[in-house]
Design a protein around this ligand. Sequence first.
Ligand code: NAP
Length: 446
Amino acid sequence: MKDFLEAIEAGASGDDIAAIPVPESYRAAYLLRDDIDMFEGLPSAEKDPRKSLHVGEVAVPELAPDEVYVAVMASSINFNTVWSAIFEPVPTFAFLARLGRESAYGARHDLPLHVIGSDASGVVLRTGPGVHNFHPGDKVVIHCNYVDDQDPSAHEDSMNASNQRIWGYESNFGGLADLTVVKANQLMPKPAHLTWEEAAVNALCNSTAYRMIVSHNGAGMTQDQSVLIWGATGGIGAYAVQHVLNGGSIPVGVVSSPEKVALLHKLGVEAVLDRRAQAYKFWKDEFTQDESEWRRFGKDIRSLIGQDPDIVFEHIGRQTMGASVFAAKRGGVIVTCAATSGYMVEYDNRHLWMKLKTIKGSHFANYREAWAANDLIVRGKVVPTLSYTYPLDQVGEASYQVHHNLHEGKIGVLCLAPREGMGIDDPAFREQVGEERLTLFRREQA
Ligand code: NAP
């Protein structure tokens, strides 16, 4: 991969890049099937990604006709990196086995090791014979919706496809590596004003937030609505906030420290609740919720914005779902894409039906939504939320930070890129968007 890096750094043409031989192996972060029982009996918090994530050479797979090889310059940690590395809620090897049974090319994925990672920025090295929109040398970012376009159910909204998968979680050869293999319909243009690491952190979280907030497949927010956003400086929350502000609505951000409150104010959010300072205790014990705490929470929101939220951006799950359903306004929508604190959720159904509320499930984004979300980044309307970067060799530590909520925004991972700050092709537009906005989330390394 060294030859590719030198060519990319030297600004080589697509033809020159296409002439460099693809190596037989590449450096990647992977999990081992033999390790899936290593954390048995431990509580989630003690399952340590630093122990399960390995970094080393793996074989380059054959290319299918609709696929491309991409040299990965940078990638990012997503919460699915954490889930896969702690083998929760299920080890990912069952997903690979299922994909392996689907087709001859699918069989490549069913290996005793799983290269994970669902984000990347980089350069196209080779294209399969069926690829026509992208070419060697193209600078790209990669979204994680892995869809079989020969499946009829994939053609209204590909997220509804019967065998829709998340690349690098439910498929192999993910983005936490120096090279990846993806379908051409996962590629999108790299925003020219961003560094490799800034470009790498957006696709998964920004597209997810876009579908949940903006798309008609999610809450379909209109102007002048109010949106309650849990984890408003976290991976998906910090993009949700930007979509709400851009759409002319009012965000109410929930975070857990004065530093995060200050960050949200800088991002333009006036209404912020520090859940730790407020000490909300929605559960009296493991089995009983406290409605008086839901009421206190609802009152606090109303005191900030004078109304109940039209939309609740929910992903915390068990800890907060009762409060979210309660807090949404009459006729409001609770849009949920996750359950970090537990997926067996509980809420008082009377608050849902009597007040005509809707709970809407959402999962990543289809290609159109991911492209639209990326376009907002390309045009500087949404900015990356990169806080730190780690080298690929420290991917376990980077995942540990996210697992324990020690981060803000997104953590980037440098793969082929030897250092931060590389990859900016349009410095003039960068200046126009503003260095301060683009680096709002940057922090000293933890
Ligand atoms: P993240 O960067 O860790 O952010 C999550 C935020 O949630 C944290 O910043 C934290 O904010 C807040 N939080 C954590 N525990 C909480 C609790 N008990 N009560 C209230 N707030 C809590 O993760 P992310 O990338 O935003 O992902 C969030 C979830 O969405 C994960 O479960 C992930 O797997 C899922 N996800 C799903 C999709 C999909 O397509 N379905 C896509 C992306 C992510 P404070 O501590 O500041 O409050």
